[in-house]
Structures are given as C-alpha cells and as structure tokens.
Write a protein of this length. Sequence first.
Length: 288
Amino acid sequence: MSFQRLIRFLSRDGKIYNGDAILPSGTTDLSKTKLARVITGDIFGAHTVTEQVVSVEHLLTPLPQEAVRTVRCLGLNYANHAKESGMPIPKSPVLFYKPPTALAPPNADISIPKVAQSAGLDYEVELIIVIGKPCRDITPAEAPSYILGYSVGNDVSHRPLQLSPGQWSLGKGFDTWAPWGPGIVSSSLIQNPQKLAIKCRVNGELRQNSNTADMIFKVYETISILSQGTTLLPGDIVFTGTPEGVAMGGKKGSEPWLKDGDDVEVELEGVGICRNKVVFENVAKSKL
C-alpha cells in the first residue's frame, strides 16, 4: 500500500523514519501527528507502509535535502495578490529558483542574516507540489499522474533585496527561507488542489486568508508549462505562489513587516500547519 500522509521524523528511539501519519480523530493537520506507521523502501518507487507503529517526537523536512532536485517558485500567481502588488496579471508564469539550502523543517527557526535585518521582511504562504516521476512535455490532463503529493511552505522574502535590483532569488534564497511541511499528502487524497483554504498567521493574527481557486496558473497547467522541453524529476518541488495579504500589500508606511521574534504559521487545508519563528542572526537578546 502506498503512503497517504508522508512525514519524516525523529522517533523516541533516536532513529529517523519515513512514516504514514496516524492522525487524531477529526483532524487533518499533520503537525499534530504523534504516531506513524513506518514506511520502508523508496518513497518515489516501490515502498511499503508497514504495521510497525512508532512515536513521532520531532518532525523533519518531508524530504531530506539531498532528495530534493530543484526548488522552483512562481511569483504573482494569485490574481488578488498581483492586484495588491500593483502589478499586471502575468501572461506566463513568473519563475525563479531557491537553493536547496533554503529548505527548513516545519518547526525550525527562520534565520535572518544581517543583510536582511531591516524593513521589508515578508511572509508568503504557498501550496507546494512534489513531483513523483520524471516527466517532460506533458499536458495538463497528464499532470496528476506525475505528482507525488502536496505540502505547504513559506516563501520568506526581503522586498528591497528582491525588487530593487530585480533579483528575486537574491531576496528570497537565504538559508532556512523556505520552511515546509509538516508532511506530504498524497494526490490520491487531494484530488482537486484548486479548492483548498490557504492561510497565514503572524503572532496569531490572520494575515492571509484565501483559496487556491484564485491561482492564475493552476497546478496541472503549471506542471505542464514547466515540463515543456525540461525534464522534471522525482524530488523536484514547486512553490506555487501566494495569495493576497502579504506585508508588502499594506498601506505605504504601515506595512506589517516581520521582525525578530515573530511567530509565523502557514496553513493549507488537508495538509496542516508549518510553524516557524523569525530569529535575527548575531543580535544580542535582552535577559529581562
């Protein structure tokens, strides 16, 4: 049997496992997982969900860094976000890349280097597509069979570094600036990725509250476009853009930029919550 809700985690016995999450009754939030059935074999190929149940002590990134081939990201892919940004609706996907070192666990700190410790630090909740099989030149109708599953992540951004020099990857690609998880939900469970609630909260305040129906380039169309002339590989992940409500969309001079110590939660219906704390590097903390 193939997995339904994949998590990678540290167990009480000190070992790291892939597991199929056993969720408490009435919840679909993978961050609440306390037990999982151990998965053996190749997640991207032949694997078995065993009857061995182990404790979940600490969630890790759904895939180890070495298993991720590329991190592709779409910008301006929600109609209302493009509107709040004052930018035209793109006629083709705005594509940029993050390095794999930007990936971080769903509970890790978001580390802010000195160069980005200023106004302009922003959050972006995003649905993530995980590719499960090699594909090239596919149609949107063929795309579902190549998707391993879906996750949620935060495309952390520093707007001055992103927009002033026009270097999107520069302003979005620092270490830990792509936390994701808490797991990967099989496409067999999420059969329509275009009707999912998607949210972001900062210190408990709801900042983004939308639905994936507002995507400009839908999930299957995105995979088809990215595969034209380019082979997508198992372990490729795609951040699919963010809805309205980012700090940059606030009234000029009153943008609610992230600051040191902020707690950020990004949430996708059917997947769960990724929680991370903003931590400025090499800043002395008060002992009070």
